[in-house]
Design a protein around this ligand. Structure first.
Ligand code: SAH
Length: 466
């Protein structure tokens, strides 16, 4: 983080704007709307500012800026086009520890004025650290469209009910949070958004009166598929649960960019799992899920790809079911689907492959062992998970059981992520290519005639990176 985000309470506080032009006018308007007392120092003012000064909305010092002007101010904004003056204002404030902003000059800013979506009391501030204000405004425009005005009403009503909710749940912070979660997503929200604040408030009160403690204190486990790694490929359900979690268990297939989207106050537990280096053995993970849920927590078990495709999700829910822990499984995009799309290799194709088989190259002990004769159909695509270490034996066995040595084959490492690598060859050449390029897990091997389409689809990759 380059800057520390905060919302400043400036009600009745002394603030100073240096300059009397249009930019100064905009800054004065913003400060006034936050309830600040505004002083303006400038030899002349634009008409509207002059009018505010005449009406006493701002105090005008009709002269050039002097260093002493900053004394006693909480916040100072320099909005002149005179560089030495701006520098002087910055230096004067820094010397006294006063928050200062020189408009359009990030180097001379102790704070930044963000782009703002105002549904007071709900506010969303957007900053690019002064680097790309236009981008911040673009994002603001998009969010503006997403957020109905009624959210301001909802925030105000929630504020009105806040003390009652606190009294009802006392120190039980978790139950309180769950109450708000369901209340703010329920019918009261719809009523507030529809503009009926009286009905919305009555609804919130009813929900509070009927809140069920057993329900609000109950823990649960969500086995959530996090997709192949790119955060764009999360489902909405995954993201919502990640935002509600008390604790999140994740392993190394879940990319840091995805872990970043977890609710900030949630506990994060890394449970590892690389082929041979288990940070936590599977039985311990299963037991931990049960213990955490029995403590009443909302537990999110984030799993790479889809939980039920080579994810041991089945074992985890078995343990939960045996212990009477409520659970839900949320599907994710499995890495075969992600790799296929991002490498431009369709897994099925009318002319090349009528079926696709997903297999794992990982065995509890020793060498890869698959039903080889079943994998030799030239019109079938085979996708091998956890197979790179065993690539030589895999390709050799397929060839010796009758799949053509020149069958196109690809390996896709870190599919869907910016670091994605794709190598294309044949069953005969792929093991050597994997070794030479030092391909490491996570990687998938895709075998079948569809791989030959990757070249034809090269334009597609080019478009994705353009
Ligand atoms: N449940 C996961 C699979 C877990 S097994 C899923 O549905 O995708 C782990 C294997 O998945 C890895 O060894 C690798 O073969 C594959 N994998 C997972 N993420 C991947 C990615 N981003 N790129 C390539 N392969 C990946």
């Amino acid at each position: 983080m380059d800057t520390f985000p905060l919302f400043l309470n400036l009600q009745k506080q002394h603030t100073l704007v240096v300059g009397g032009g249009d930019v100064a006018l905009r800054k004065c308007r913003l400060l006034l709307s936050a309830g600040a007392q505004v002083q303006v120092v400038a030899p002349t003012l634009v008409a509207e500012l002059a009018q505010w000064a005449a009406q006493g909305q701002v105090v005008w010092l009709a002269r050039d800026y002097q260093s002493d002007d900053v004394i006693g101010q909480r916040v100072v904004i320099a909005a002149t086009d005179d560089t030495p003056v701006n520098q002087q204002v910055f230096a004067d404030c820094e010397a006294r520890g006063i928050l200062v902003n020189v408009v359009d000059n990030p180097a001379l800013c102790r704070f930044i004025v963000p782009a703002l979506i105002d549904r007071s009391p709900l506010q969303i501030a957007i900053s690019t650290g002064g680097r790309a204000p236009v981008l911040a405004r673009l994002i603001r425009t998009r969010l503006e469209a997403l957020l109905p005005q009624g959210y301001g009403t909802l925030a105000r009503l929630a504020g009105d009910l806040r003390d009652a909710v606190k009294a009802r749940f006392g120190d039980n912070e978790r139950a309180r949070r769950r109450f708000w979660q369901s209340a703010l997503e329920g019918p009261a929200a719809e009523q507030a958004l529809a503009g009926d604040s009286a009905a919305a408030f009555a609804q919130l009160q009813t929900q509070l009166a009927q809140a069920d403690d057993t329900e609000l204190n109950r823990g649960a486990v969500y086995l959530v598929g996090a997709g192949p790694g790119n955060p764009d490929l999360l489902t909405f359900r995954a993201l919502r649960l990640m935002q509600q979690a008390d604790v999140v268990l994740y392993d190394n297939l879940v990319s840091p960019a995805i872990v970043d989207l977890v609710r900030r106050d949630a506990e994060r537990i890394y449970v590892g799992k690389k082929a041979s280096n288990h940070a936590l053995p599977q039985q311990d993970i299963n037991a931990l899920l049960v213990t955490l849920a029995q403590q009443g927590k909302t537990v999110v078990r984030l799993k790479g790809g889809d939980p039920f495709i080579f994810g041991r999700g089945g074992e985890e829910i078995e343990e939960l079911a045996q212990n009477g822990v409520p659970f839900e499984v949320v599907p994710g995009i499995t890495s075969a689907a992600g790799a296929s799309c991002y490498a431009g290799i369709p897994l099925t194709h009318r002319d090349h492959a009528q079926s696709v088989t997903l297999v794992t190259g990982h065995r509890r002990e020793g060498e890869i062992e698959l039903d080889w004769p079943r994998l030799t159909n030239p019109n079938e695509t085979v996708v091998v998970y956890m197979g790179v270490a065993q690539a030589p034996r895999l390709c050799e066995q397929l060839i010796s059981h009758g799949r053509a040595a020149d069958t196109p084959a690809a390996v896709v490492q870190q599919a869907t992520l910016p670091q994605q690598r794709v190598l294309i060859g044949t069953l005969a050449t792929l093991p050597q290519q994997i070794a030479a390029a030092q391909i490491k897990p996570p990687a998938l091997i895709i075998i079948g005639n569809v791989v030959s389409l990757a070249d034809k689809l090269a334009w597609y990759r080019a478009q994705q990176t353009a």
